[in-house]
Design a protein around this ligand. Structure first.
Ligand code: PAF
Length: 281
């Protein structure tokens, strides 16, 4: 595995691979790698000859008071994991390398970045889009792979590619879960032992809600029951049941549904979602 810190060195390497007609797949990360990230790496290896993983904790997607300064740094372990997966390139740029002209951004995500997580983290998705756009400019990948746990982020990145007419295929992998259902997340490290024991209730409520809806319960009722149940243990930021294709309200003909939620407890914020199909719609 080659490790690059500078765009120009990375570009020299990638140019020589392109000349050999090798395809490039990018997996952007902020480090703190777990099996969820490794599933993205495995997907990337299936898609392209050359896999580039980036680790960059992007300051522009954190608001003041969020965990930018404390974001888990597990670099030695990350490097070990990526080496063991035999990826080709680890790119670890500095802030100056990513934002040589400052962090002002000209790309605005728009309405889809203002709902759900965006309603609680107003500048978050503009920051995500900014850094992903930068990585796309630098790496010029044929493919990029993202996790479905960050479902809103995934849709925003797909629309970025469409809006900017980029020739990059966006692929995704399902959320990886712990044995008790908790969605894998770098931020799970923040949970105390007691909170870790309580956390799987989050996913079990998503499953129960799906089952109620599939069993014919009205969506508004299922949503209210879920919010009541979650509120007993957690602070619910949002809990919604939406069209999985565009995160808009469900209509009678909507068949692809997403249950999507964010909760807070014990100082930790967790997000999760569950996508399913309604039959006979
Ligand atoms: O999902 C993440 O880890 C980050 O939002 C990403 C896509 C690497 C951008 O910083």
């Amino acid at each position: 595995m080659q490790i690059f810190k500078k765009q120009k060195d990375l570009n020299l390497f990638l140019e020589s691979e392109r000349e050999k007609s090798n395809f490039i797949a990018l997996v952007p990360t902020m480090g703190g790698l777990h099996d969820g990230h490794l599933s993205l790496v495995a997907k990337a290896k299936n898609l392209a000859e050359i896999v580039v993983v980036s680790i960059f904790v992007n300051p522009t997607q954190f608001a003041r008071g969020e965990d930018f300064d404390d974001y888990p740094n597990t670099f030695e372990n990350d490097k070990f994991l990526l080496e063991s997966k035999k990826i080709d390139v680890l790119f670890i740029p500095s802030k100056e390398e990513i934002y040589p002209h400052g962090t002002e951004s000209d790309y605005k995500v728009g309405a889809i970045g203002q709902i759900l997580c965006g309603a609680f983290r107003p500048s978050h998705f503009d920051g995500v889009a900014q850094v992903v756009k930068r990585f796309f400019e630098i790496v010029k990948p044929n493919y990029a792979v993202f996790g479905e746990k960050d479902f809103q982020q995934l849709l925003i990145i797909k629309s970025l590619v469409k809006n900017l007419h980029l020739d990059i295929k966006i692929d995704s992998m399902p959320t990886q879960r712990e044995h008790d259902g908790l969605a894998m997340s770098t931020r799970n490290q923040y949970l105390s032992d007691i909170d870790r024991e309580r956390a799987p209730h989050f996913y079990s409520v998503l499953i129960a809600t799906r089952d109620l809806i599939l069993g014919g319960k009205a969506i508004s009722e299922a949503r209210e029951m879920a919010t009541n149940s979650l509120s007993k243990s957690f602070e619910v930021e949002y809990f919604d049941v939406l069209n999985a294709n565009n995160l808009t309200q469900i209509e009678t003909k909507t068949s692809e549904i997403i249950i999507i939620s964010a909760i807070r407890f014990g100082g930790t914020r967790l997000i999760d979602n569950l996508v399913f199909r309604r039959k006979n719609v």
